[in-house]
Structures are given as structure tokens and as C-alpha cells.
Design a protein around this ligand. Structure first.
Ligand code: FE2
Length: 201
């Protein structure tokens, strides 16, 4: 398995050998698979930057995991990943096939309250991945939901409203909103509390 960024070839085999997550390798895979989706790439790069800003809200041992998940959370939109059409699940399955760690795959499968959307769309297979509902889950959701479609910073409420506008009042996104929006607000509040606790300790 290999990918290329700016002409440099990167081997993904080392992921298995060194048993450690490397955000630069996650970035390379995102670049390889989302390179023909420039807006999705811009959003992904924005989420990764935001995740770096929020990294103090997770245990130091989990910070590379958070950054990798940020780079790879939307990989399910890539043509190479497309299967069910539900991008969190397609992305997680692609990463699992490529040997990425189970915890990372699960974070991608459940990112940003995906279980609410899965229920609204009748997707029943997310249970094959654990939903750890941790500080990493919260920080990933917060990074994703405060980054706009072109990678720009946005307020959570504006992002939630934009998604509803984009998908329509009769969409699965609208059906999921009642449960998903409070979940995302709670995640963002928990991240803010953890950052404040870190800043004052
Ligand atoms: Fe995203």
C-alpha cells in the first residue's frame, strides 16, 4: 500500500511494523483518496487543524489517535471506499481492510454522532465497531462540527443549521437532528470544560 503527497511516496506498511499511529501517514492516505475531491480535502485539512487546536482536551497518549481520526474521518467519501453509501461506515471498513488499528476505525465509524444518522437511514451495521464515547470522540466531533465545508471555522449552531438547509426538511439528517444536535452540543461543552480545566491546572 502506498500513497503520494507532493511527489513523495509513503509506505503504509510501517503502520503494522511500528505499532504506532502517525498523523503524517493519515494525512498521506487522505491526500491519496480525497485528492480528486478538493472541497472534501479542504474540509478534512481544516478539521485536522482544528483537532490539533483541541488536542489538549484529550489524554496525551491519545493525541496522535485524534489527529489520525481527524485526517481520516471523511475518507468514506472516496471512490475507493464507496460501498453502502454511508460514509462513516464505508470509511471505517476501508481503514480496517488496510490494517489501521481497530480503535481508529471505530472512531471513524461513529464520528460526529453517526449512530443517529445510521438509525435515521436504516443502516444497522455500525454495531460492528465500538462506540467508545470518550474525550477523543468528543474532540473529533467538535473539530468536525466547527469546521465548514471549505475548511473554514464555523460556529456549531451555524454548522447544524447549514446541514439541515443543505439536506432538506425531509432528509435523514433532519430526522436525526433531534437526537444528534443535543449530543453534539454536549460533546462541544465537554471539550470546552476539559480545555478550561487544562488551562487552569
Ligand atoms: Fe467532516
Amino acid at each position: 500500500m502506498s500513497g503520494a503527497v507532493h511527489g513523495h511516496t509513503v509506505s503504509h506498511v510501517s503502520l503494522i511494523i511500528i505499532d504506532r499511529l502517525v498523523p503524517a501517514q493519515a494525512m498521506c492516505l487522505a491526500d491519496e483518496l480525497l485528492g480528486d475531491l478538493p472541497q472534501r480535502w479542504s474540509h478534512t485539512a481544516g478539521v485536522a487543524g482544528r483537532a490539533a487546536d483541541l488536542a489538549a482536551a484529550v489524554d496525551p497518549a491519545d493525541r496522535d489517535l485524534l489527529l489520525c481520526a481527524a485526517w481520516l474521518h471523511d475518507i468514506g467519501y472516496a471512490a475507493a471506499a464507496r460501498d453502502t453509501g454511508f460514509h462513516p461506515l464505508d470509511g471505517a471498513r476501508l481503514l480496517r481492510r488496510r490494517g489501521w488499528p481497530a480503535r481508529l476505525c471505530a472512531l471513524v465509524a461513529h464520528h460526529s454522532g453517526a449512530s443517529f444518522l445510521a438509525a435515521a437511514q436504516g443502516i444497522g451495521s455500525l454495531a460492528e465497531f465500538d462506540d467508545e464515547r470518550s474525550a477523543v470522540t468528543d474532540a473529533l466531533a467538535c473539530a468536525d462540527q466547527t469546521t465548514g465545508v471549505r475548511g473554514e471555522p464555523v460556529f456549531l449552531e451555524d454548522r447544524l443549521a447549514e446541514v439541515l438547509r443543505r439536506h432538506g426538511a425531509c432528509s435523514p439528517h433532519a430526522a436525526a437532528h433531534e437526537g444528534r444536535a443535543p449530543y453534539l452540543r454536549s460533546a462541544a461543552n465537554r471539550v470546552q470544560s476539559r480545555l478550561l480545566a487544562t488551562a487552569t491546572s
